[in-house]
Design a protein around this ligand. Structure first.
Ligand code: AMP
Length: 204
């Protein structure tokens, strides 16, 4: 893929990319977006600064537009990264008022997040600990999750989030698309990938 036009994206996404001044796909976007648009699971070896956020967000939003009532869950290790991902998601959905998104991070009001959850957001960007808090209170349903993204998966494991990830995965449907991004691929990430991805395509 050499240009975003080749993807025949929904017009609202094309307009958003223009406004964001994303003209040429970065290498990870050029590799990952066509794979993700074909609904395949994906494992991406990519660091921050490579454009990986749009690499998973563009196909995720395109799929949500085709899948009425379904949702996407993006798990990230830190609040800062969650806020960065959310900014890209909001920029990409600026012309899509029906695709609401919510940020579920620690250190922010549970109540405000709970009321945002009641407005049926289609995209949840969350740190694992806070999402588990919402799950335990029954304030969030993940049963409509069509796309699961694990961003900076190596950092999530380094930060000790494996138990929370396992708890969250029990609530996410098995029939879904999963994308895992990690800067490094140590054995524990390979193991995680083997257990949650189906026949993934690897891009680096
Ligand atoms: P990320 O690796 O997702 O954190 O993105 C790193 C930076 O690259 C961000 O500031 C993005 O706005 C920018 N960026 C991502 N994709 C593109 C693109 N296709 N064209 C221009 N800038 C981009």
């Amino acid at each position: 893929m050499k240009s975003f036009q080749e993807l025949k994206l929904p017009v609202a996404l094309e307009k958003a990319l223009l406004a964001m001044k994303f003209e040429t796909p970065t290498p990870i976007q050029a590799q990952a977006i066509p794979v993700a648009m074909s609904n395949r699971d994906l494992i991406g070896c990519a660091q921050t600064g490579t454009g990986k956020t749009a690499a998973f967000s563009i196909p995720m939003i395109a799929r949500l537009l085709r899948a009425q009532g379904r949702t996407a869950l993006v798990l990230v290790p830190t609040r800062e990264l969650a806020a960065q991902v959310m900014e890209v998601v909001r920029d990409l959905t600026v012309h899509l008022p029906d695709i609401r998104s919510v940020l579920l991070i620690g250190g922010a009001s549970m109540q405000a997040q709970s009321s945002a959850l009641r407005r049926s957001p289609r995209i949840l960007v969350a740190t694992p600990g806070r999402l588990v808090d919402h799950l335990r209170r029954g304030g969030v349903s993940l049963s409509k999750t069509e796309i699961l993204v694990l961003d900076e998966a190596d950092r999530m494991l380094d930060m000790g989030f494996a138990p929370q990830l396992n708890e969250i995965l029990r609530f996410v449907p098995k029939a879904r698309q999963t994308m895992l991004f990690s800067a490094t691929m140590p054995p524990d990430i390979q193991k995680l990938a083997n257990s949650i991805l189906k026949d993934p395509i690897k891009v680096a």
